[in-house]
Every structure is written in structure tokens, then in C-alpha cells.
Design a protein around this ligand. Structure first.
Ligand code: LLP
Length: 441
């Protein structure tokens, strides 16, 4: 949970910074990322593995949750690796790590490249860097073999992604482990895949990967996954492949509202580690290097979004809308997944909560609602509403819908706020626009 408190102005304070002062300084909407909370989650993952897993382990950050130079920077200094899913995330991560002084070899070892339709250019980018590629399908496997054959004396490190056929209770769009999923090899094809790879001199197949979904509160699905993956490891090893790495994906949920009750990072790691160790003992194979790639549970709770209250509309006996200066462009999760969030009145933290209002965004869409039926004190134009838990899949999914510039972000710690994303300007909005000559005449 976030390290926040209420200061003597009755304002919310995060990382020692007064939220109202931050908004005065950086304007709103503003993403406020608390460095301590982010680092603490990194420790919890690493320490959890050290405590509960007897083999080697690695935590890699699913950078799709929020990829930017500063986020990569903080997480890299915690010694985590990175899961990237596009040339753009690969580029961002590589740039950040290079600027931080990591060598090419260190960078290669930190990055795992995902994606169900990597382009040839992206694969070349990854091969040149030397990172591990998580192979999703036959086309990719064959392309890699072709590309690899042109680079002498180098084996391409890969993991094979499979669809494990495990159901979990989460939103349909963020479920990935069930058999009817676009990701990974169908288990029925795996033995053919193993025997194909065993013939390829340019590939170094290090292990297996599966991811079952996101915002998961149960421990059982990952325990089941461990069992399935260890069985496949054993089969793959029988084909002569080394397969010494097991990547169980991410997916641990966070507490957006009081109704959410996820296990702690420690509990999740414990359950997964024990399941892998038990399955290995049963199958009689040595403990693989165990990899987890969490996104949301690393960064989700570490950030809040501050908005300024503007207009409101009271519809007697039906609803009161209170509008803020952002919405679905900086947080598309409510309109996309009907996600819930919690909110506080950041500049009057002890005011009595006596209203039920719907917090609406400023976009030209009725569905642009930040929170339905929020419990709040009375609000006035100029007040600051703070939405909690916006670190994951907010900035990374943000858009310029209605030509709203994307917000700024600051990293807060010890009373200091560092700008990590500049607020976009109107000029940024038209930067890529081209006006064909012929329209000018
Ligand atoms: N590994 C793989 C292969 C993934 O596909 C994902 C998420 C993760 C790791 C990280 O999962 P996490 O620990 O963050 O749950 N935009 C959606 C979430 C999509 C998740 C996609 N994959 C949302 O806003 O809820």
C-alpha cells in the first residue's frame, strides 16, 4: 500500500509532498508516482523468492504496465529485469539502461521480449541486442531460425510460450491462459515444437513461459500452472532441450477498492514457489530458475492521479455528476473494463463524507466516467480529487482522445518531486500532423 499521510493543512501528502502544492506547481491532471512504494514492491518480490524458493529466481517487470525512462531507471536499480512486448518498449528500456551505464551484455541479460506478432524488424532488433525472445508461434520460430542462421557463432536465447489451459476469474479481456487465447503454442503442438527446436543449431531454448491473466486474486491458478509447466519442462528435457528456466508470468491483483482482497506479494510468491518445488520433486527434475513477470502488483498502487474539480450537474433524485479535468484519455480502464477505483478529496482530507456523486471525465462521451457513485465530502470547483492505484495501465494506455494533451508525471520521495514525464503541449499534439501541399494552393 501507498505511503501517504495527511499533513497539517489537511492535505494528502505522498512521498512527503503536499498534493495541492504539486498541482499548483505541475498543474493537473497529474500522475504522482511514489518511489518508496514502488521500491518496496520490488523488494517484496525479490525477498519472497529468496525466502520461499530454493532454486535461482528472477523478477522481471512487465513494462506494459508503465514504460518510461524513469520507471525503467527505478526498477533497474532494484535489480529487476524487464518484460517488453514491442520494439517501442524494447527501445525505451534499452535507452534507459544505456543512460544508466549498463553494458550491452548486462542489458541483454535483463530483457525478455514478448509478443504474439513480432515483426521481422522487431526480431532483428532483439537479435542484435541479444535479449531472450519468448517465442509465441510457429511463424516466429521459423523466422528466428532463418535470421539466426545469418549470424555465425551466436545462439538465440529463447523461451517457448504455451497456452496452459487454465481458467481464472478476471475480466474476459485480460484473461490469457484459457485454450481459446491468441497467445502461445497450443499444448497439442508442443512435442512437435520440441523436436523441431532440438534440430536447430541457432537456437538456445532455455525454458518455458505461460501467463494466465491479470488482476487475479486466487492463488490456485498459478499453483495449477506450476504443475502444468513442470510437466512440460520434463517432456521437453526428454527431447534433449536444456530447459532450465520457468517463467510463470504475472497477474497478481491489487486492491483498487475495499471489495478487492488480493493475497500479498509474499503470499503469492510463497504459493507459486512451493507449487513449483513440489511439482519438480514429483517429476524428479532439478529446480529451474523461476521467473515471475508482474506489472500491476509492482507499480499499480504506487501512483495516484490528481485532478481538479470543475463543473457539476445535479439531476434530482437520480445522480450528481462532478466533472474533473481528465478522464478516459489518461485512464481508459473504467470505460474499457468497467474497472473501479477509490477517490479522496486531496485538499480536505478530514471533511465529512456526506455525498454520493459520480466523478465524470471531460471527454465527449457519456461513458467517460472515472468513478460511479463515489462517497465524498461536498466538492467545489478547484478542489483536488485524487484517484488511487493508477500506476498500472493508465499512462501506458493513455491517448489523446479529443486532443487532450497527456498529463505530466512526477516521482516523489522524501519531500522532493522530480518531473518524469513532461505534460504534452498543443504543439506536441500536431507534431506528427502533415498538411499536404495541395491543400495550401
Ligand atoms: N506477462 C505477460 C505475458 C502479460 O501478458 C502480462 C499482462 C503480464 C506479464 C503482467 O500482468 P500483471 O502482473 O500486470 O497482471 N490492460 C489491462 C491488463 C492487461 C494485461 C496484459 N498482460 C488492464 O488495464 O487491466
Amino acid at each position: 500500500p501507498l505511503t501517504a499521510n495527511i499533513n497539517n493543512h489537511d492535505h494528502l501528502e505522498i512521498g512527503g509532498c503536499d498534493l495541492q502544492t504539486l498541482v499548483e506547481q505541475f498543474a493537473s491532471p497529474l500522475y504522482i508516482l511514489d518511489e518508496t512504494t514502488l521500491r518496496t514492491a520490488c523488494h517484496q518480490y525479490r525477498d519472497g523468492f529468496k525466502t520461499y524458493y530454493q532454486g535461482e529466481s528472477q523478477v522481471i517487470y512487465a513494462s506494459k504496465a508503465w514504460s518510461s525512462l524513469a520507471v525503467v531507471g527505478v526498477i533497474a536499480t532494484e535489480n529487476l529485469g524487464f518484460d517488453v512486448v514491442s520494439g517501442g518498449e524494447l527501445y525505451t528500456t534499452q535507452k534507459a539502461l544505456t543512460q544508466l551505464g549498463y553494458s550491452c551484455q548486462e542489458i541483454a541479460q535483463k530483457i525478455y521480449f514478448h509478443g504474439n506478432n513480432k515483426s521481422v524488424a522487431e526480431l532483428e532488433q532483439a537479435l542484435e541486442m541479444g535479449c531472450t525472445i519468448i517465442v509465441d508461434n510457429w511463424l516466429e520460430l521459423q523466422t528466428l531460425v532463418q535470421l539466426g542462421e545469418t549470424i555465425p557463432n551466436q545462439k538465440t536465447p529463447i523461451l517457448i510460450r504455451l497456452t496452459p489451459g487454465i481458467e481464472c476469474h478476471t475480466h474476459e479481456y485480460i484473461r490469457t491462459g484459457h485454450l481459446d487465447s491468441k497467445f502461445g503454442f497450443d499444448p497439442n503442438q508442443l512435442e512437435t515444437v520440441f523436436s523441431y527446436i532440438a534440430e536447430q543449431k541457432s537456437l538456445d531454448c532455455r525454458g518455458l513461459h505461460a501467463h494466465i491473466g491479470s488482476q487475479i486474486f486466487e492463488r490456485q491458478p498459478h499453483q495449477d500452472l506450476a504443475g502444468v509447466l513442470v510437466e512440460w519442462l520434463k517432456i521437453g528435457q526428454e527431447y534433449g532441450l536444456t530447459l532450465s528456466e520457468l517463467n510463470i508470468g504475472g497477474g497478481l491483483g491489487i486492491r483498487y477498492t475495499e471489495d478487492d482482497d488480493p493475497p500479498s506479494i509474499e503470499e503469492w510468491i510463497k504459493a507459486a514457489s512451493e507449487a513449483v518445488m513440489k511439482a519438480c520433486q514429483r517429476s524428479g527434475i532439478p529446480l529451474p530458475k523461476l521467473i515471475a513477470e508482474p506489472g500491476r502488483s509492482l507499480i499499480g498502487s504506487a501512483c495516484v492521479t490528481a485532478y481538479t474539480v470543475g463543473s457539476s450537474k445535479e439531476i434530482p433524485d437520480i445522480r450528481t455528476y462532478v466533472a474533473v479535468d481528465g478522464g478516459m484519455s489518461d485512464n481508459p480502464r473504467p470505460i474499457t473494463y468497467q474497472s473501479s477505483y477509490s477517490v479522496v478529496l486531496g485538499n480536505k482530507m478530514s471533511a465529512e463524507i456526506n455525498e454520493t456523486v459520480t466523478v465524470a471525465g471531460k471527454h465527449c462521451e457519456s461513458g467517460d466516467i472515472v468513478i460511479k457513485d463515489a462517497q465524498l465530502p461536498q466538492t467545489h470547483p478547484g478542489d483536488i480529487l485524487v484517484i488511487m492505484g493508477t500506476g498500472a495501465y493508465n499512462y501506458s494506455m493513455a491517448s489523446n482522445y479529443n486532443r487532450l494533451p497527456r498529463p505530466a508525471a512526477v516521482l516523489v520521495n522524501n519531500g522532493e518531486a522530480n518531473l518524469i514525464l513532461k505534460r504534452e503541449t498543443y504543439d506536441d499534439l500536431i507534431r506528427q500532423d502533415c498538411l499536404p501541399e495541395k491543400l495550401l494552393s
